[in-house]
Design a protein around this ligand. Structure first.
Ligand SMILES: Cc1cc2nc3c(=O)[nH]c(=O)nc-3n(C[C@H](O)[C@H](O)[C@H](O)COP(=O)(O)OP(=O)(O)OC[C@H]3O[C@@H](n4cnc5c(N)ncnc54)[C@H](O)[C@@H]3O)c2cc1C
Length: 410
């Protein structure tokens, strides 16, 4: 066997998984299409990622949080949901119980850069039991297969690798997932997210806004300084119109949709676009093979859970593997993989379908639906248990499996 674990994809999920296994003594290879140079200094991609408390804890544990730098982390202290032209808002504040924020915003390229910087340190130090962590960059995986003895990976270069366990972290459009016969529940929203930074006159006071307008949604996320990240989702046939709008018209449009809450607004940098497709794999594991990150679950960004789920999933799997190592069990043990699947499904399935339902509710502007949505906002605002539950979900301080009764496969 060439390696104990082969990870396909050095995105934030694949790299985090390698970092989580730093003291395992396992020989790990991570195979990535991009070059080491691009991984070390990824370009700005316009995505700003809202991270939960659990994500902060996990990034702190493997040391990548510390690499981001405090000046690049912006806490979210308050969130407001605005429905159409109605002056009514559903609002959430940071609870008054010693919690420092609802969540934390970091630009995606800085997350990727920080995780890669941490990953690189693993290659230069002596790890437990002469463990090796290897990056094969500029290498594309073209085929994957597993049997009872090992997993085999074929590279575009013609080289073949074998590993005891293969992990796919190769995007929501994972080709290796398909090759391994894992089906998905996928949904093309027919919408596109257009993202970019806006500078504004007034302080955002660390407030995030989610505005549901007719046919469009607009999220305004507070970044460091007087900058907010705008995420506009429009039907895909209108995306070009928004992308090609002149700066003045674009600025005025965002300002008006936010009812002038942040004063004069001006776009900085460029606009980026992402067609929105949600994907949930129907299984996360099969013989000597597991999915993590977007390859397992690719979310619509409206509830900001995609990478948070990627981080928590890789931690669930790494914890199972470290536990097996400690007990001298096989790391590809089917029972171990099943436990990972069970716990991660529990966290992802309701969120995936719940998010898709929210998208349906807030992008359908027929009269009964707008009425329902207005009622939902008022109900959430006025029923303390409902509001508390939404707030807890936003902050996500712990793995869901930790709230399960002991008999549930812990
Ligand atoms: C507009 C937008 C806003 C978002 N906002 C949030 C948010 O607020 N909060 C949040 O938690 N999430 C958010 N997300 C989601 C988040 O960006 C993703 O969940 C996350 O980046 C996925 O990481 P990953 O490592 O699984 O996959 P990726 O980042 O897609 O990485 C996969 C890697 O695999 C490599 N690869 C693919 N195929 C192969 C192959 N055959 N061989 C070798 N290498 C291969 C690719 O080159 C890539 O480097 C947002 C997404 C978008 C689009």
């Amino acid at each position: 066997m060439d390696y104990d674990i082969a990870i396909i994809g050095a995105g934030p999920a694949g790299l985090s998984f390698a970092c989580s296994l730093r003291d395992s003594g396992l020989n790990i290879v991570i195979i990535e299409k991009l070059s080491r140079k691009e991984l070390a200094d990824p370009p700005v991609d316009g995505r700003d990622i809202a991270l939960t408390h659990l994500s902060r804890k996990l990034m702190q544990q493997h040391g990548s949080w510390q690499q981001v730098g405090d000046d690049n982390i912006s806490p979210i202290q308050r969130a407001e949901v605005i429905d159409g032209d109605s002056p009514y808002t559903l609002s959430f504040n940071t609870p008054d119980d010693g919690t420092d924020a609802l969540g934390f915003l970091i630009s995606n390229h800085l997350i990727r850069k920080a995780i890669f910087a941490k990953f690189e340190t693993l290659q230069n130090v002596t790890l437990m039991d002469e463990q090796e962590v290897t990056l094969m960059d500029e290498q594309e995986v073209t085929a994957v297969n597993t049997n009872d003895d090992c997993g085999t990976i074929l590279l575009a270069s013609g080289e073949t690798l074998t590993a005891s366990l293969v992990i796919a972290a190769d995007t929501r459009f994972s080709s290796t997932r398909r090759q391994m016969g894992i089906s998905t529940d996928s949904h093309d929203f027919g919408r596109t997210a257009i993202v970019g930074w806006m500078e504004h006159e007034l302080s955002h006071e660390h407030t995030a806004f989610e505005c549901f307008h007719y046919g469009r949604t607009l999220a305004i996320l507070p970044m460091p300084g007087n900058i907010s990240s705008a995420v506009i989702t429009v039907p895909s046939n209108q995306a070009n119109e928004v992308l090609s709008m002149g700066d003045e018209a674009f600025n005025a449009d965002i300002e008006q949709r936010l009812h002038g809450r942040l004063g004069k607004m001006k776009q900085v940098g460029q606009r980026y676009s992402y067609p929105l497709v949600g994907v949930h794999a129907n299984r996360f594991v099969t013989n000597r093979f597991a999915l993590i990150g977007d390859a397992a679950v690719g979310m619509h960004p409206v509830t900001a859970h995609g990478f948070n789920l990627g981080l928590s999933g890789q931690d669930l799997l790494a914890t199972e593997i470290l536990g097996a190592q400690a007990k001298g069990e096989d790391i590809w043990n089917p029972a171990l993989l099943q436990r990972y699947q069970q716990h991660h499904m529990l966290a992802t399935r309701p969120l995936y379908h719940g998010t898709n339902a929210i998208v349906g509710l807030f992008t359908n502007d027929s009269f009964p639906v707008t009425l329902l949505r207005s009622a939902a906002l008022r109900l959430s605002n006025n029923l303390p248990p409902v509001k508390w539950a939404i707030q807890q979900k936003l902050m996500a301080k712990n793995h869901l499996k930790n709230f399960l009764p002991p008999f549930f496969g812990k």
